[in-house]
Design a protein around this ligand. Structure first.
Ligand code: NAP
Length: 321
């Protein structure tokens, strides 16, 4: 944990003005939670997509809705960028010089090193940047898919610089704790390595296995869908995640993903060898160890032991569906 984060005392008052750029799953969930838990007096929603802005207005998620990022961030105490990782630098450049001095800029990107590198050159004088990543989500996108309890009991990782302003870190921490998240701080590099194995490589594996099934000849493919057992079905849920978001994750966390993928490939080769040589003991040993990991996650309250993983939610809307 950085010293700045340790020394910080969270402010108690709600934000006067919270500006959210990108009202998809994450941005709209923040807006809903901020409103429900009274975390901001005024919420400003900024999105480039006209259809998204119309939905945000219809759902009453914000007090002010605009396409103009430079106008929307003016006067905000906290601006939080909830756009795909590849767009964070573009938006940060568009709002350069438009935030008030003393305001705080944050983000929710799933990759942190690339976001820090993209924002640093365009950060305005007098504005503190405190990068963040809520480790919570679903395979759904768009403003209709958000919900106020998305972050409840979930981790949110902040990756402030060692010399980050303590009050700025406290402001961002206060928002996430107000949304029900448990906040932890670490370096951007460490974040990217950890998330490569816990999130990014699993998504790549899911995209790959579902892609392999999709490329099977027609008859077999229809049987794959018809007889899809729990294992394949769970992969299809992950592989339905937003293509733009995940393209950006792999392009921007290249090194860590490739490193973890190398380890994964070696272990997969060892498993293939165990199957080839009938080494049941090796298989049984691994499957016993992995079961304990699952139980540990459930025991920490990060998952339920229910058959559908407790993920069934009514009326979730997939973007474009
Ligand atoms: P999403 O539902 O697709 O929403 C992204 C929103 O940002 C869309 O409305 C998009 O508009 C808008 N946008 C894109 N570029 C923009 C720009 N230049 N200016 C203004 N708005 C722009 O995505 P999401 O799942 O909320 O993900 C947002 C961020 O959260 C990503 O950085 C992702 O890595 C991170 N994250 C996601 C999850 C998850 O599980 N989904 C979890 C943790 C963190 P268009 O419709 O026009 O593209």
């Amino acid at each position: 944990m950085s010293e700045a984060a340790t020394l910080s005392e969270p402010a108690k008052q709600p934000l006067s003005r919270l500006a959210i750029v990108g009202l998809g799953l994450i941005g709209s969930s923040i807006a809903r939670g901020a409103r429900q838990y009274g975390l901001a007096d005024t919420i400003v929603a900024i999105d480039q997509d006209e259809g998204v802005r119309e939905r945000v207005s219809a759902l009453g998620l914000a007090d002010h809705v605009t396409a103009d990022a430079a106008e929307g961030v003016a006067g905000a105490d906290l601006v939080i960028l909830c756009v795909p990782v590849g767009a964070v630098g573009i938006v940060a450049a568009a709002i350069q010089g438009r935030m008030k001095p003393g305001a705080v800029l944050s983000d929710v990107g799933s990759v942190k090193g690339a976001v820090v590198a993209a924002v640093a050159p365009v950060l305005s004088e007098g504005v503190a940047f405190v990068p963040g990543h809520p480790v919570a989500g679903t395979e759904y996108s768009g403003p209709d898919s958000g919900f106020s309890t998305l972050f409840s009991g979930r981790w949110c990782i902040l990756t402030p610089a060692e010399d980050a302003d303590a009050a700025a870190v406290a402001t961002v921490r206060q928002l996430w704790e107000g949304l029900g998240a448990i906040v932890e701080t670490m370096s951007p590099e460490h974040h990217d390595l950890v998330l490569a194995i816990t999130s990014h490589v699993p998504h790549l594996i899911a995209y790959n296995i579902v892609g392999t099934a999709a490329d099977l000849e027609a008859v077999t493919q229809s049987e794959v869908i018809k007889f899809s057992a729990g294992g394949f079905r769970d992969f299809t849920r992950i592989a339905a995640s937003d293509p733009t978001m995940w393209r950006d994750v792999f392009l921007t966390n290249k090194d860590a993903v490739l490193e973890m993928l190398g380890r994964f490939n070696e272990d997969l080769a060892a498993l293939a060898r165990a199957i080839r040589w009938g080494d049941g003991e090796a298989l049984h040993d691994l499957f016993t160890r992995t079961r304990a990991i699952r139980r540990g996650i459930v025991a920490m309250g990060q998952e339920t032991a229910e058959p559908d993983f407790g993920r069934a939610r009514p009326q979730a809307t997939r973007k474009g569906a």
